[in-house]
Design a binder for this molecule. Structure first.
Ligand code: PMP
Length: 501
């Protein structure tokens, strides 16, 4: 056998299974099926699903070894790391003590160049699954047909804008398409400032809204972190509504009202000096803040209060939108909070660089002051086709309900893990966090232990990350096709890691 023949075996098996399934489905549809045709259907379907978890490289190398052919070797990581430092910006980071060279993705799995398969418990950008075949097909078809810009008429952008705004409250009916979450927030910022003719912007402590110059200034997570330049005069930082570690905790009789009362005092104070902010940027669940759900009533009241002072609210749904929270399609709707802007990114294009700002006609009209809004890539037919396909998949595959069910199960089971370091289990749906502390009285963050657990899991080929202002929150936000079986895999690995600490 030649190397090419051996390497094709994995794909030939998969193709053969697909042929069996298709033949069977065709015969069923025609009403001409028989026991003989039907007998292998379930097994073939199950094996095909199992094959998603098998890294083709692992099979190729086993077959090559059996045929005494040279095996495929992984690239030298040291060489790659050295080269990155030489030819790429020095402040790129690499995850895990032992880095991973990923060469393929398949739904909730990532495959490396050494034949290993990793369970991805953290990549919320690849929302409906890595390399989802429907997205790949829709994208390549549109790419092979046409990709232009918004200066020509094309139906895809209209269909997409209609579909997207139909998922939101009626007032949010005008879309602007951009290419990243940072760009979406930057555009919302520009529109908010020109609409209100004010400069100051209120944000939550610990927030991250993006990497551009203007948005770093709105991201305490960065400007107060390593290398940060500190807070600029036009940014106003409000308390993070964290009932575990924040100013008002769960023992307080009404933490939401207490946080809102602080905002009210601030607004009254600045009203006297005419320094009210233009906008209030907030995530509906705080991502970099540590997977925190604001207490019930907080976001609704805070947005309403801001509105009564002429401050526009920007709900950053870049991390949590598109059904991830399970109970609702948008994080903000979980809080029943009325917003003036929604900014979207990450999952919107299932890793294709697509992002959006959705706002009210009033704001959009005020922005149309004569200057053209043009964005070379924003809203192109390929991006819009992908965006539409993401919405189709979430709907047709019932992924929001799936996130609710698996997320609820995972959160319940996480709460069953008993360990002295576990301080809090936070989040909703498939956006969860486990906050680790050394002491429940002082809440001293268990930062080193969190990193250790993350790396232990990585060595078991389960990928999570750590975050939060103290880097002590284990972050779980997988592609939402993540299954109950995957949840069990993660839970047993976590149990083992906690026991080994
Ligand atoms: N908003 C939030 C809440 C984010 O988490 C991020 C990215 N982590 C952004 C905005 C910026 O998105 P991007 O990296 O696509 O610019």
């Amino acid at each position: 056998m030649s190397v090419d023949e051996v390497d094709a075996v994995y794909y030939l098996i998969a193709a053969r299974l697909c042929v069996s399934l298709l033949m069977c489905m065709k015969r069923r549809a025609e009403g001409t099926s028989s026991d003989y045709v039907d007998v292998s259907f379930n097994d073939a379907a199950a094996l095909l699903r199992d094959m998603i978890e098998i890294n083709p490289l692992a099979m190729q190398n086993r077959l090559r070894a059996a045929c005494q052919l040279p095996e495929i070797s992984a690239d030298s990581q040291n060489q790659m790391i050295g080269k990155r430092a030489e030819i790429l910006g020095r402040n790129l980071s690499v995850s895990y003590k032992k880095p991973i060279t990923i060469v393929r993705g398949a739904m909730q799995y990532l495959l490396d160049d050494a034949g290993e398969t990793y369970l991805d418990c953290v990549n919320n950008v690849c929302h409906v699954g890595h390399a989802h075949p429907r997205i790949v097909r829709a994208m390549t078809r549109q790419m092979a047909t046409l990709n232009t810009n918004t200066r020509y008429l094309h139906n895809s952008i209209l269909q997409y804008a209609e579909r997207l705004s139909a998922t939101m409250p009626e007032s949010l009916s005008v879309c602007f398409f951009v290419n990243s979450g940072s760009e979406a927030n930057d555009l919302a910022l520009r529109m908010a400032r020109s609409f209100t003719d004010r400069r100051k912007i209120a944000v939550l402590d610990g927030a991250y809204h993006g990497h551009t110059h203007s948005i770093i200034e709105l991201s305490p997570y960065k400007y107060e972190g390593r290398g940060g330049a500190g807070q600029v005069e036009s940014t106003v930082k409000l308390d993070m509504p964290d009932t575990f570690r924040g100013r008002y905790r769960s023992a307080h009789q009404n933490p939401a009202a207490a946080y809102v009362a602080d905002i009210e005092r601030y607004l009254h104070r600045v009203a006297e000096t005419n320094e009210k902010p233009a906008a209030f940027f907030a995530e509906s669940l705080l991502g970099c803040g540590g997977q925190i759900i604001p207490p019930e009533g907080y976001l609704k009241e805070a947005f309403a209060l801001m509105r009564s002072h002429g401050v526009v609210s920007v709900a950053d749904e870049v991390q949590v939108g598109f059904g991830r929270v399970g109970s609702h399609f948008w994080g903000c709707d979980k809080h029943d909070a009325l917003r003036v802007f929604v900014t979207l990114g990450k999952p919107i294009g299932n890793v294709h660089p697509l992002a959006a700002v959705v706002t009210t006609p009033e704001i959009a009209d005020a922005f149309a002051n004569g200057m053209e809004y043009f964005n070379t890539f924003g809203g192109n037919p390929v991006s819009c086709t992908i965006g539409l396909t993401v919405l189709d998949i979430i709907e047709e595959e019932g992924l929001q309900e799936h996130a609710l069910e698996v997320g609820r199960y995972l959160k319940e089971q996480l709460s069953e893990i008993i360990h002295r370091l576990i301080g809090d289990i936070c989040g909703a749906g498939l956006f969860l966090g486990v906050e680790l502390v050394r002491d429940m009285e002082t809440l001293e963050p268990a930062t080193v232990e969190a990193a250790t657990i993350k790396n232990m899991l990585r060595n078991e080929r389960i990928l999570i990350s750590t975050d939060g202002p103290c880097e002590n929150v284990l972050k779980i936000k997988p592609p939402i096709v993540f299954s109950r079986k995957n949840a069990d895999q993660l839970l047993s690995a976590l149990n083992r890691a906690f026991q080994a600490l």
